[in-house]
Design a protein around this ligand. Structure first.
Ligand SMILES: *Cc1c(COP(=O)(O)O)cnc(C)c1O
Length: 413
């Protein structure tokens, strides 16, 4: 079930000083969720969550999670610079990139990040541009389909990420020759998964593989990274992941496979969506109603502020503050103003009667929301606001301006 947003009165209070549209984040919600995750894996002494910064690359959010003990997972030069600017370095940064340009490896090495190699060919590439570190991680792609019971959860065989099982052997041998001493293993096999069996099932594959590689090559594994992918309930009837159950289930697999090795392997996660997704809302205003072959509600936000519906047909729950108890007796397409017919936040969505001037809230935009935005049609992305438990709020990123948009041009000649 998507989380209930703050009251209409609170949203109007915020909108009085920060005009809609804006992304609103619930600081207390993010904090308590991070605490729960840490508790779920507290059985593992070195456990760390590396927040996938691409989900919400905003310093105030990264710092909030940093205070909860989280590091960050970066995949680009800019994300690494963001981590550095937030005071993160060394083993608090995972660098899980792919098709990586040399300057990114150089920066990752300078920051002491844990480099997660995406391909066996990157062993030499990394050695040549930045040198192979003593601690190094490798991304595994087992191929085929990833299934839980009879359900296909993902198709690693179709994914561009990671190395095959034989390539892992090659990579370990090559990395060893170039001075690597301790290894880590990583995989990301399914996205937005609310099946609690995902992590424990993938952990079994990773633990077994780490053990095989350790035995065969006589190397130490310092970390297994279960990466991201734990989903959130976007739809009203969807369930939340049971993170305590997941933590215990991973522990059982750890005790079975890793413990007998007598080697302390720390567990890492790189969750993005799970960390912040349910704790953000895109707060908008209805500015137009249009009745043609269908009935449309036009918002002051568009796909520039939230791209998931346009990009994947993703469902985001929509509510109308102050009209929570009214019957859902109207059916609307809720749309933005881009000159693109996929700029629809919802199609055929039952809602209460919406009037121009109403606030309209899009739920679960705390991850992969503002960060995916773009500037098509010269649309400027919205502000971000952090709401504290005591009701105080502050803008943590201003809305883009025309000056921002023009800043990359070479003047007007
Ligand atoms: C995107 C990404 C994540 C986070 O994914 P979520 O679905 O937000 O949990 C973690 N690791 C890597 C390498 C990613 O690309």
């Amino acid at each position: 079930m998507p989380r209930t947003p703050p009251s209409k009165a609170k949203l109007l209070e915020i909108a009085a000083s920060i005009p809609t549209p804006f992304h609103l984040y619930d600081a207390a919600g993010i904090r308590s969720n991070a605490k729960r995750l840490r508790e779920a894996f507290s059985w593992n002494p070195g456990y760390r969550e590396y927040f996938a910064v691409k989900a919400t690359p905003t310093p105030a959010i990264i710092n909030l999670l940093k205070r909860e003990g989280c590091g960050v997972d970066c995949a680009s030069f800019t994300e690494l610079k963001l981590a550095e600017a937030c005071g993160l370095s060394g083993e608090f940064i995972m660098f899980s990139s792919n098709m990586t340009p040399a300057p990114e490896y150089q920066l990752a090495r300078r920051l002491g990040a844990v480099v997660n190699l995406d391909d066996v060919s990157h062993v030499d590439f990394l050695q040549d541009c930045a040198g192979v570190p003593e601690n190094i991680s490798m991304r595994f792609n087992p191929g085929g389909h990833f299934t839980l019971g009879n359900t296909v959860m993902g198709a690693p065989g179709e994914a561009k990420f990671g190395m095959t099982r034989p390539q892992l052997d090659e990579a370990v041998a090559a990395l060893k020759r170039r001075g690597a001493k301790r290894f880590a293993l990583h995989a990301f096999l399914a996205s937005n998964t609310t099946e609690d069996a995902y992590y424990p099932t993938m952990a079994r594959t990773l633990f077994r593989t780490a053990r095989e590689l350790s035995d065969k090559h006589g190397v130490e594994f310092f970390m297994v990274n279960l990466s991201g992918g734990i989903g959130i309930p976007y739809r009203p009837n969807a369930r939340s992941a049971d993170i305590m159950w997941i933590g215990e289930a991973v522990r059982n697999v750890y005790d079975e496979i890793i413990k007998p090795m007598g080697m302390p392997v720390r567990i890492a996660t790189e969750l993005g969506r799970y960390m912040t997704g349910p704790y953000g809302w895109l707060v908008t205003s209805a500015i137009h109603k249009k009745e043609i072959h269908k009935n449309y509600i036009g918002l002051d936000a568009c796909a520039a502020d939230l791209m998931r519906p346009a990009m994947y047909g993703a469902y985001h729950h929509i509510t109308v503050p102050g009209k929570e108890d009214l019957p859902l007796d109207h059916v609307y397409d809720v749309v933005g103003s881009l000159c693109e017919n996929n700029d629809k936040f919802a199609v055929d969505r039952p809602l209460p009667r919406v009037d121009t001037g109403d606030l309209v809230v899009l739920h679960d935009t705390g991850a992969h929301g503002r960060s995916m935005g773009y500037n098509y049609n010269g649309k400027l992305r919205s502000a971000e606001v952090l709401l504290e438990k005591d009701g105080s709020f502050r803008m943590i990123r201003r809305a883009e301006t025309i000056e921002d948009y023009f800043a990359t041009t070479n003047g007007f000649v």
